[in-house]
Structures are given as structure tokens and as C-alpha cells.
Ligand binder design. Structure first.
Ligand SMILES: NC(=O)c1ccc[n+]([C@@H]2O[C@H](COP(=O)([O-])OP(=O)(O)OC[C@H]3O[C@@H](n4cnc5c(N)ncnc54)[C@H](OP(=O)(O)O)[C@@H]3O)[C@@H](O)[C@H]2O)c1
Length: 355
């Protein structure tokens, strides 16, 4: 495309599920030019072998080492890094890239999809993740929030909230910002199996999850303190978040139900009108009286919300795709913002509907 700005783009964590989704989204993006997909385990291997469903768009492209990506970034005046490595690894990989590129006078923008830059303080990260942060000096260069909730970006880099956190924040932030609820939320969320990544474990592999539904880590999930921290960043308010996650018998999608006590009695219509107003102009959030269905959002960057009250208590239901809105799509949405592109660029495709 002549005359269209193209930003050289690098993906980290190349063989992972989120990386696969990033590749799928970027192949249709007019401004991000996917130049390198870094793989720690398979440099030199064909990308199509890891993602056969993407073979028509990746052609003969191979994964590369971090050193090759580093070189590429050192030669590019503007560039983007989308980091989809595991937490505990991502912080140091990003630090290594930024240190190296800075020596060459280059300053790529980063969107980290891992948990490594979600907290403001290294101590908070360590208390949740049980290991020291890999690059605490860089925490202040990142902000963690959903693009819908920050109008002016205060930082060069962004950390995308996790997938469960995305579904929760879409419900909680408007309720807190508009001072509709007491600052204590109770959330029940169900995730598909891709939320656990490519490597199966005893608790997450198919025979165990198929045709079953069960909770795990009740009131102890890492996304609860992350949600508390992000709500504080975005609204200035301190909340309690009590979260019970569940494993659902499907591959993609998150369905979350958030309940809270209303500060004053409100009808369902009144809360719905407030949510409508809050998300006015946000292309990816649909507020509707219809109950959100996973099938309506899976494989898309859209989020569906609906609210009901009994006068005293409000329940907001949200549905997203964990790999898209909750990870790769949300990251591309942020990248659009970082480079001044319309945030919907490359992300407007609707859900297939019948997955
Ligand atoms: N899955 C989701 O729904 C979801 C949603 C939101 C956020 N996230 C976050 O996004 C990140 C990727 O998630 P995922 O589901 O794609 O995980 P995944 O399928 O397990 O993939 C992660 C990839 O990271 C790379 N990696 C693993 N260990 C590494 C190491 N020691 N050093 C360097 N690279 C290593 C591997 O790719 P290479 O060997 O090819 O480099 C691996 O395939 C994680 O931080 C996760 O928490 C995931």
C-alpha cells in the first residue's frame, strides 16, 4: 500500500496461543508490518508448523531469535514490540530489547500481554507472583489499563490487563467511576481452555475439561489483586474484589458475572443507561438488554455487557474472547492508540457467530 505508514513489528513468545492470535490479527492490519516472530524454543522453525491454520498468511516465514529481532529494532526509527511471553520471562526479555535498542538510539513502543508490568510496584508483583520482578526500574514506564478506560496515555509502554481482568474491569470501572456501587465486588467468571496456554497440565488438558465445569483457586486468583490495582490507577478508588474463576468446556471465551451493592436503589434501566453513556463512542463495547453470549464475541475484539438490578444489588454480565479482547486484540487496540491510529484499525471483524 503506497503512502500508508508501516510500523515494523516484533512478537515475543512466538509459538504461544496469544502469539498465534497476534499473527492472525496483524496479517489484516494496514499499519503494522510483522517483521519478526521471536521464538525461544524454535528459532528457525517454520511458523506454519506451529500454526497450520495461519499457513496461508505466514507462507515460508520462520521464527527468529531474540538477537535477530533486536537488530531489526535497532535499524527501525519507529517500531512496535508485542510481548506474549510468560510472566517472569517477559520483563527481562523486554528490558533486554529496550536496553539494546536505546544504545542504538531507538525506542520501540511495547505492549506487554503478560502479567509482568501490570503492577506499579515490584513488591506488589512479588507478593502475588512469588518471585522478584525481572526489571523493576521499568515499571514506571508502563501503565496497565483497558484502552476504553484511559483517555490520555501517560506512558510510552502499556501492559494489557489479563483476560479475566478484562471481562471484570469492563463491568467494574464504570460502576465505580460513576459511584453507583459500594467498593466491594463479587465476581464469578468462566474461561475457555486456551486461557491456560499451549502446554497442557494435569488440571487443564482436554479430557479433564471437556464436558465439565468446575471452579478453581476460589478467592485466590492473581487477577483479583490486579483488578484492584488497575481500578485504583483508573478511578483513584480502592475496592475489594472477591473472585471465583471456573473452567468451562470450550476453547475460547470468558463469561463473567460481577455483583455489588448499589449505593442507592436503582432500576435495571437506570444502570443500563449509565453503562450505555459510559461506553458511548467505544467501538468494541456493546451494552444491551440481551444476555451476553460467548458465541457473539468469540474470535472478535468485541465485548458484550448487560446489567440487572433488584433495587439494592446490581449484576453485570460480560462476555469477551480471552485470546482477542482479553489479550492479542486488546494489545493491538492499544498499539493503535500508541501510534495514533484509529483504535478499531485491523480489529473491526465481527465474531463468526457459530463457532
Ligand atoms: N491465553 C490467554 O487467554 C491469555 C490471555 C491474556 C494474557 N495471557 C498472557 O499472555 C502470555 C502468553 O500466553 P499464551 O496463552 O500464549 O501462553 P503459551 O501458549 O504458553 O505461550 C507462551 C510462549 O512463550 C514462550 N516461552 C515459554 N517459556 C519461555 C521462556 N522461558 N523464555 C522465553 N520464552 C518462553 C514460548 O514460545 P517460544 O518458545 O516460541 O518463545 C511459549 O509458546 C502469558 O504471559 C499469558 O499470561 C494469555
Amino acid at each position: 500500500m503506497n503512502g500508508v505508514k508501516k510500523i515494523p513489528t516484533v512478537i515475543l513468545g512466538g509459538t504461544g496461543y496469544v502469539a498465534g492470535e497476534l499473527i492472525r490479527l496483524l496479517q489484516a492490519h494496514p499499519h503494522f508490518d510483522l517483521r519478526a516472530i521471536v521464538s525461544d524454543s524454535k528459532p528457525g522453525a517454520a511458523v506454519a508448523d506451529a500454526f497450520p491454520h495461519l499457513s496461508s498468511v505466514v507462507g515460508e516465514q520462520c521464527f527468529v531469535s531474540i538477537e535477530i529481532a533486536q537488530q531489526l529494532l535497532c535499524n527501525a526509527p519507529d517500531s512496535l514490540v508485542l510481548a506474549a511471553a510468560p510472566h517472569g520471562v517477559s520483563a527481562t526479555l523486554i528490558d533486554q530489547l529496550l536496553t539494546h535498542t536505546a544504545q542504538a538510539g531507538r525506542h520501540p513502543k511495547v505492549v506487554d500481554i503478560s502479567a509482568d508490568y501490570r503492577f506499579r510496584e515490584a513488591d506488589a508483583y512479588q507478593s502475588v507472583y512469588r518471585h522478584a520482578h525481572g526489571a523493576p526500574q521499568r515499571l514506571s514506564d508502563f501503565i496497565c489499563a483497558l484502552p476504553e478506560h484511559i483517555s490520555t496515555l501517560p506512558s510510552q509502554h502499556v501492559a494489557h490487563p489479563g483476560c479475566f481482568a478484562t471481562a471484570m474491569l469492563l463491568s467494574i470501572v464504570p460502576l465505580i467511576s460513576l459511584k453507583l456501587i459500594e467498593p466491594r465486588v463479587f465476581v464469578s467468571g468462566i474461561t475457555g481452555s486456551t486461557g491456560s496456554g499451549r502446554t497442557p497440565t494435569e488440571g487443564t488438558h482436554h479430557p479433564r475439561r471437556h464436558s465439565d465445569l468446575y471452579s478453581y483457586g476460589a478467592l485466590q486468583h492473581r487477577h483479583a489483586p490486579e483488578v484492584v490495582s488497575i481500578v485504583k490507577t483508573v478511578t483513584g478508588d480502592t475496592i475489594e474484589c472477591h473472585f471465583v474463576p471456573h473452567s468451562g468446556p470450550f476453547a475460547r471465551g470468558i463469561h463473567a458475572t460481577t455483583q455489588a451493592t448499589l449505593k442507592k436503589p436503582l432500576k435495571s434501566d437506570e444502570v443500563m443507561a449509565a453503562l450505555h453513556d459510559f461506553y458511548k463512542g467505544q467501538p468494541f463495547v456493546r451494552v444491551s438488554n440481551q444476555a451476553p453470549h460467548l458465541k457473539d464475541v468469540v474470535s472478535s475484539n468485541y465485548a458484550h455487557l448487560s446489567a440487572t438490578t433488584d433495587g439494592q444489588t446490581v449484576a453485570v454480565v460480560s462476555a469477551i474472547d480471552n485470546l482477542t479482547k482479553g489479550a492479542a486484540g486488546g494489545a493491538v487496540q492499544w498499539a493503535n492508540r500508541l501510534f495514533g491510529f484509529d483504535q478499531i484499525t485491523g480489529l473491526s471483524a465481527p465474531a463468526p457467530g457459530w463457532t
